[in-house]
Ligand binder design. Structure first.
Ligand SMILES: NC(=O)c1ccc[n+]([C@@H]2O[C@H](COP(=O)([O-])OP(=O)(O)OC[C@H]3O[C@@H](n4cnc5c(N)ncnc54)[C@H](OP(=O)(O)O)[C@@H]3O)[C@@H](O)[C@H]2O)c1
Length: 261
């Protein structure tokens, strides 16, 4: 994968109205990237666009739901017509729910899979022609450490992120043939609105809340990984330690998690 300079590149960031997506949009703008920002909350997008403009970069807000094909189309059209193309697609929009699987409503899994898996997959499919014409194009999929190690009380969310990680790994060699790199971000706990907007359940988990990194620090790690042309990145040393422990001693991690089943 190629190292890339970000000056004058063009990116589309989904879920850019808060948290990691917002911080990533601002960090990319700081490095010279023009942006299309897609999310549902218009006023929030306008605030982010203002932050981007402070770096003398363009930000085109597109208000819409990432699961809606028309919203995705409008975002890609904006990249093509207003920015002249697309070099980086960041699939960041995501939702979650907490609670045991057996106690969950059967309806819980569908919206999580729609936003976290089907929407990014469809957006990649739709963006391929634009990306192929871009400069050192890259798809950045914001996954999770729970896309590498599933967690009780987050079964649907873990499944959605495993699906995204698996899809990314599978499609990476195919997209490489088209000149498009794929970066998968296994994000660790991050201080965002993620835990305030759960589809079901509360933020409190039986094992308490692990320390969360600021979204700005996570965004800087992701941007460095984009610049260095990495394939995978895990954000935060605690997350790297957890995934290492899981690889070396999966039975021990299983036993710890079993206490909270
Ligand atoms: N926070 C963490 O600890 C953590 C850990 C690992 C991975 N992640 C992942 O990081 C990504 C960003 O989450 P975050 O932590 O930054 O949470 P967040 O602050 O809640 O941000 C989520 C973003 O996604 C957007 N979004 C949600 N549903 C959408 C939809 N249907 N259509 C369009 N946009 C939608 C939201 O915007 P609107 O509401 O305005 O649409 C918002 O901008 C997610 O993929 C999440 O799974 C987070």
């Amino acid at each position: 994968m190629a190292h890339r300079r970000l000056t004058n590149r063009r990116a589309l960031v989904t879920g850019a109205s808060s948290g990691i997506g917002r911080a990533l949009a601002v960090e990319l703008a700081r490095r010279g990237v023009d942006l299309v920002l897609l999310a549902r909350r218009e006023e929030r997008l306008a605030e982010v666009a203002k932050q981007v403009a402070a770096f003398n970069r363009r930000a085109i807000p597109i208000v819409g739901d990432v699961t809606d094909a028309d919203a995705r189309r409008r975002a890609l059209d904006a990249a093509r017509d207003e920015l002249g193309g697309l070099d980086i697609l960041v699939n960041n929009a995501g939702v979650a729910a907490h609670g045991r699987f057996a106690e969950a409503s059967p309806e819980r899994i569908r919206p999580i899979m729609e936003v976290n898996f089907f929407a990014p997959v469809e957006l990649i499919r739709e963006a391929i022609p634009l990306l192929r014409a871009g400069v050192q194009p890259m798809v950045v999929n914001i996954g999770s450490i729970l896309g590498e190690r599933g967690s009780p009380h987050k079964s649907e969310y873990s499944a959605s992120k495993f699906a995204l990680h698996g899809f990314s790994q599978a499609v990476r060699p195919e997209l490489a043939r088209l000149g498009i790199d794929v970066l998968v971000v296994a994000a660790g706990p991050t201080e965002t609105e993620h835990f305030d907007v759960l589809l079901e359940g509360t933020a409190e988990l039986p094992w308490g809340n692990p320390p969360r990194q600021p979204a700005e620090a996570v965004a800087r790690t992701i941007v460095r990984a984009i610049e260095r042309g990495r394939r995978d990145v895990v954000t935060g040393w605690r997350s790297r330690l957890l995934l290492l422990a899981n690889r070396l001693f999966p039975g021990v991690v299983d036993r710890v998690m079993a206490r909270y089943g």
